[in-house]
Unconditional design. Structure first.
Length: 260
């Protein structure tokens, strides 16, 4: 009975953690945590608009996150405002607009579930979306790995090597948007950035190569999901925050060992 109850949430969490590893590695390397946070806030607006117009939640959130990623990519080309200032404006504006939109929909919505996640509410029918999206993201990351890594190390050197820097940067932003859209129901809008940052940060101290860091970040993320579910079940705590606390515990353990 316990296995049947927790199997779907476990598979959903693992789907997100598996992809959050390599994607989070690029977030850490490129210092894009605030960008991911902005997309996460925009995901709430996408959820509210989906409910408002009566369409399925996940496709609506994906579309809004992708459009927001394209908008942010275009806005970051201007030089009037610093990037972090611009992201701060967009993040809090979309979050506020999303909360207002949720409160004015005719559908009864658990706002806490959107903000902090409700992994136990994931249904088997939703797993196809999560695993399908995760597989697509992983395939794209592997296919563009060298280009993504080159532009992360140095965009100028990447241009000299013939790497399409603008396209590669846009691919990374769109893949990040897909991941955040799929993760909104697991750890929630306000905590998804933690899952993108904490496991790669822990893996960074234990890895000598970028590839090893990406793989180890996925493993740490998977362990955080399992540990968070266990903590939630036995201590009766919210699942999303429990996963983040478990990830933070693994990060603290990584500090015990000297960097690789």
């Amino acid at each position: 009975m316990l296995i049947e109850l927790l199997l779907a949430p476990l598979l959903a969490g693992c789907a997100v953690a598996l992809v959050a590893g390599p994607m989070g590695a690029f977030v850490v390397w490129r210092r894009m945590a605030f960008f991911g946070d902005t997309l996460a806030h925009g995901a709430l607006l996408g959820a509210a608009l989906s409910l408002g117009v009566g369409i399925s939640l996940y496709p609506g959130v994906v579309v809004v996150c992708l459009l927001l990623a394209l908008l942010l990519a275009a806005l970051q080309q201007q030089h009037h405002l610093a990037s972090d200032t611009l992201l701060g404006i967009v993040a809090h504006t979309t979050l506020a607009a999303g909360v207002i939109a949720v409160m004015h929909t005719d559908v009864q919505v658990d706002l806490f579930a959107f903000l902090f996640g409700d992994l136990l509410a994931v249904q088997w029918s939703q797993l196809a979306w999560l695993w399908g999206g995760s597989a697509l993201i992983l395939i794209m990351v592997v296919a563009n790995w060298r280009a993504l890594l080159s532009t992360t190390v140095s965009e100028d050197l990447a241009r000299v090597e013939g790497v399409p820097v603008l396209r590669t940067r846009l691919v990374l932003m769109l893949l990040l948007a897909l991941l955040i859209a799929g993760a909104i129901r697991t750890v929630g809008v306000l905590l998804i950035t933690s899952l993108l940052v904490i496991p790669p940060a822990a893996a960074r101290r234990l890895s000598a190569t970028p590839e090893r860091m990406a793989v180890l970040a996925s493993i740490i993320g998977l362990l955080a999901v399992v540990g968070g579910l266990a903590l939630s079940w036995f201590a009766d705590t919210p699942v999303g925050p429990s996963i983040v606390v478990a990830a933070a515990g693994l990060f603290l353990l990584s500090l015990v060992r000297r960097p690789a």
